[in-house]
Design a binder for this molecule. Structure first.
Ligand SMILES: O=C(O)c1ccccc1NCC(=O)[C@H](O)[C@H](O)COP(=O)(O)O
Length: 206
């Protein structure tokens, strides 16, 4: 089970997520997010992610080609494009600059759930309000379950991630609000508990 912890804001957050066994860490650059990093902090945090752990740049309001340029310049391992504004041509433009793209979408919006439909490596299925901590109706997966590398996100917590994995059978999971003590403030114990619960649920279900 691939586990990504998103919206990290400090080097200590990264250290804790990595030590807990997270496979990827997400850094958000977005003017509208409580987790949005300014450029200098993003540079510092991206450089802090150790080899072997995937660093993911998360954007939702940045032109895709600009985001791709930033991802390349800062040495990110992947770029997660979030939001309704991105179309297939945006992915094509971004891929010409930085090819390791993740596509985030919501099943509530009736998206294309084929992994790779827009040239992305990974598909992320999230709640309609990304980063809100709101869960979504997993029964939507019954008629639109993706195949291949896809992440379940949206309202996951240490308490519900095991059941969500059993039900949705994703390739990986992604969490942000569910490991916070306040919006934008990561709780290190919750990060450890979440990663352990996700890995355990996956090994029991394997
Ligand atoms: O985290 C944010 O604030 C955010 C804002 C805008 C676009 C995306 C954002 N986060 C991206 C994510 O990685 C997922 O939405 C997140 O893991 C799931 O969020 P949550 O329900 O808070 O766990």
């Amino acid at each position: 089970m691939f586990v990504k912890v998103c919206g990290l804001g400090t080097t200590a957050d990264i250290d804790v997520a990595v030590a807990a066994g997270a496979d990827a860490v997400g850094l958000v650059i977005s003017g509208t997010s409580v987790r949005g990093l300014d450029h200098d902090r993003a540079v510092r945090l991206a450089a802090h992610v150790p080899p072997g752990v995937l660093s993911v740049l998360v954007v939702n309001d940045t032109p895709a080609a600009d985001a791709a340029r930033i991802a390349g310049e800062l040495g990110f391992g992947a770029l997660q494009l979030h939001g309704k504004a991105y179309r297939e041509e945006d992915f094509a433009a971004a891929a010409g600059v930085f090819p390791r793209l993740w596509r985030a979408t919501s099943l509530n919006e009736r998206p294309d759930t084929r992994v790779g439909a827009y040239g992305e490596e990974v598909l992320l299925l999230d709640s309609p309000r990304a980063g809100s901590g709101e869960p979504w109706d997993l029964s939507l997966l019954e008629t639109a379950r993706p195949e291949g590398p896809w992440l379940l996100a949206g309202g996951l917590t240490p308490d519900n991630v095991g059941e969500a994995i059993d039900r949705a059978r994703p390739w990986g999971v992604d969490v942000s609000s569910g490991v916070e003590s306040a919006p934008g403030v990561k709780d290190h114990d919750l990060i450890r508990t979440f990663v352990a619960a996700a890995k355990q649920a996956a090994s029991q279900g394997a």
